[in-house]
Design a protein. Structure first.
Length: 292
């Protein structure tokens, strides 16, 4: 008898099912009306909420996206029945829109069954993406907060232990505020103070426009500020500026509006970059850091 015939035959019905990987999506929130707010909540803002609503097909349910839930959970149903979907989680696949969709779907099922607590689901399983679940025109503006009070049912009294936990969380956060008047611009107080500008646009066009401003001395936010680099998160670029530490977020309203307007003008220019602008662009691109 040959070796081949002595090999153990495998029953195809007993083979383990191999779960296909969730396909990677470079820009997962593209097409959503508040793409850059979701990116900001995922990567740079410690505490914020944003109200949304599912389509009629998925129940027409109002819920909240939140930056963080206890233990980095994906979703929970609060004691008052409100669904919270965490954007910063302990787990992820290659498609964050799928991941948040899976969390939302699990929480919707819990709510329908009258359950509360943390939603249980496997992020690796197939699930609808946010683009399939969210009703158009129903994403409210994001609200930046100073603590995680949204974790608790607003109808219940917060006891001393809860209050102490909130205070500790507040102390651990990087103070972050929106810069008034310019969407997507966030001031944060660290060892040095920075402003991060979340821009949902083509990266090549953005860096070309920023290079024109840098060469002209306009890639800044007032006296004592400078462009220091950029993050790349969820497929979009986030330029970062170091700013005067003696000024508050509100103090940057005017220079922020000027930068926004200058950038809009630079984006309309079509002539080739000068030598100085090309050097500026190369330097900017080299200082870009991808966050995954």
């Amino acid at each position: 008898m040959g070796k081949a015939s002595r090999r153990k035959k495998i029953d195809p019905s007993k083979r383990k099912n191999i779960r296909p990987a969730i396909a990677f999506v470079d820009r997962p929130f593209q097409g959503l009306e508040r793409e850059r707010e979701l990116v900001a909540m995922r990567e740079i803002i410690p505490c914020a909420t944003m109200t949304a609503k599912t389509t009629a097909e998925h129940g027409g349910t109002e819920f909240d996206f939140v930056t963080l839930l206890p233990d980095g959970a994906g979703a929970m149903v609060r004691g008052d029945g409100r669904i919270l979907v965490g954007v910063q989680t302990r787990f992820s696949t290659g498609d964050l829109s799928h991941d948040l969709g899976a969390a939302l779907t699990a929480a919707l099922k819990m709510q329908l069954e009258g359950e509360e607590g943390v939603a249980q689901f496997d992020v690796r399983d197939p699930a609808p993406r946010l683009q399939e679940l969210l009703a158009e025109g129903e994403l409210a503006p994001m609200t930046v907060l100073k603590d995680f009070g949204y974790w608790f049912d607003p109808n219940e009294e917060i006891d001393a232990e809860m209050a102490a936990a909130l205070e500790q969380n507040r102390e651990d956060m990087v103070p972050t505020e929106e810069v008034p008047g310019v969407e997507g611009m966030y001031w944060c107080e660290m060892n040095n103070n920075f402003i991060r500008y979340v821009l949902a646009m083509d990266e090549d066009l953005l860096f070309t426009a920023l290079a024109r401003l840098q060469a002209a001395g306009q890639a800044q936010l007032g006296e004592g500020s400078k462009f220091v680099g950029a993050f790349r998160a969820c497929g979009i670029a986030i330029p970062v500026f170091q700013v005067n530490p003696e000024l508050s977020a509100a103090d940057f309203a005017a220079p922020a509006a000027q930068l926004r307007d200058n950038l809009e003008l630079a984006l309309k220019q079509t002539e080739p970059l000068t030598d100085d602008e090309r050097r500026a662009r190369a330097g900017m691109v080299s200082r870009q850091v991808t966050i995954r």
